[in-house]
Design a protein around this ligand. Structure first.
Ligand SMILES: *Cc1c(COP(=O)(O)O)cnc(C)c1O
Length: 421
């Protein structure tokens, strides 16, 4: 559920007309709803209501905007970060270090030092060489790093190949079959405090079965590790719950159904549970607002050329992702159209032959469910400045990242002496 609704024939976000934002800030622009963020945090937390003090660490990579993070910090969420930059963003937004988890296969010694300096809650290690490096870095600082190993459970998440992470051929985690050996080696590293087990099998999961299969394996591993004398106190179950993109498809499992499954599978685990939701918190809380530049005749359906492009919203060209595209003020008719951006790539296509509101040059359209993996994946290909971001709360709204002037993009490069006259 979100707070983008039609009022008197025009789309509003909470109490603010989308057209007012477009007129003031220009297009394309990302628009986020505080009420939707708040609602999703509440729904996720309620779903885990029967657990004792779970740590809900928002996956910052889904939406790292400072105002979004500050909103989530005020709601009590922690952060799952995958770089030193995300760590500093989370801390700057007010997320306490003791609610921060550091994931990722390529943490550098410098990033480890930064996270140890801040005193984060847990490092999720993804390989034995990484464990050795972290131990050395921690010892050099006179510290012990709290760690979990991320297990690769070798389950197929049933999601798009580019966002599946829990198969044995994926780069993530340590092999399940070798986990006991890896933990034994980690216990002998003096700079580590081995406290947990972690798993994350992929994103946009629309079925609970692979998650349950992975969690069941984690439970068995926790029991085996405790039998082997490891003091396992945390289990991080990752993120991955899907959100509805296409209203014609069955809805993905609800957070409540996910929570019921988690409670059932983990009821005997003697650990604190941790979660790393990203998309399910922010996905439906954002839309990309764009204006139709012109409509061009096509072989089968007209091309609706909008001023947003693949550099602003990469998901369709990267993952064949489907975003609902709605007119901000629908005229009533629908027809098939191809929606494309201005970038010089055939991949700059948001939809082909889509049955949608009929729109004309100058009309506003909204790409729905663009709050996760939207602005954060944007780039400046074709020398297009990053789209600005706006946060709405009730009848208030604010630009939370301004559109940079093209001059700033040009000034970012420099011309060496030998080329300058
Ligand atoms: C991306 C990621 C998440 C968040 O995934 P969602 O599908 O957005 O919930 C959580 N944990 C890790 C380790 C990730 O890489």
């Amino acid at each position: 559920m979100d707070h983008f609704d039609y009022v008197d024939g025009a789309m509003q976000v909470e109490q603010v007309p989308m057209a007012a934002i477009a007129d003031a800030v220009g297009t394309p622009v990302y628009v986020y709803s505080t009420a939707t963020l708040t609602r999703h945090v509440g729904v996720f937390r309620d779903a885990l209501g029967s657990l004792d003090n779970p740590l809900i660490a928002f996956a910052v990579k889904a939406n790292p905007n400072a105002a979004v993070l500050a909103t989530l910090a005020k709601l009590g969420l922690g952060a799952d970060v995958v770089s030193g930059g995300e760590l500093l963003r989370a801390i700057a937004a007010g997320i306490p270090a003791d609610r921060i988890v550091f994931s990722g296969v390529g943490k550098t010694a410098e990033e480890m030092r930064l996270a140890l300096t801040h005193g984060i809650f847990q490092f999720n290690l993804e390989s034995e060489p990484e464990a050795e490096m972290l131990s050395e870095v921690a010892l050099s600082m006179g510290k012990r790093a709290p760690v979990a190993y991320r297990i690769n459970p070798d389950v197929d998440a049933g999601t798009h190949a580019k966002i599946s992470t829990g198969k044995s051929e994926n780069k993530f985690g340590i092999p399940y079959a070798r986990a006991l050996e890896s933990y034994a080696a980690a216990r002998d590293l003096p700079g580590l405090d081995v406290q947990g087990v972690a798993v994350h099998i992929g994103s946009q999961l629309t079925d609970l079965a692979p998650l349950e299969a992975a969690f069941t394996k984690v439970g068995a591993l926790i029991a085996a590790l405790r039998d082997a004398g490891h003091d396992i106190r945390t289990a991080d179950l990752g993120g991955g719950l899907g959100v509805p993109y296409d209203p014609a498809l069955p809805e993905p499992p609800s957070p409540a159904a996910y929570g019921d499954m988690v409670c059932r599978v983990t009821q005997d685990w003697p650990v604190r549970l941790m979660f790393e939701p990203g998309r399910v918190i922010v996905g439906n809380a954002g839309a990309l607002l764009s204006r139709v530049v012109r409509v061009k005749q096509g072989a089968k359906a007209p091309f609706v050329i909008v001023d947003a492009a693949m550099n602003d919203l990469l998901r369709p060209s990267l993952y064949d992702a489907w975003h609902d595209i709605r007119a901000v003020t629908p005229a009533g008719q629908r027809a098939a159209a191809n929606v494309v951006g201005p970038v010089c790539e055939t991949g700059d296509t948001f939809a082909m032959g889509r049955d949608m509101d009929v729109v004309a040059a100058g009309d506003l359209v909204a790409f729905m469910t663009a709050g996760a993996y939207g602005a954060t994946m944007a780039g400046t290909y074709n020398s297009r400045p990053l789209a600005p971001e706006v946060l709405v709360s009730g009848d208030k709204w604010a630009v939370v990242r301004a559109r940079p002037p093209i001059e700033a993009l040009i000034a970012g490069d420099s011309i060496p002496d030998w080329l300058a006259d």
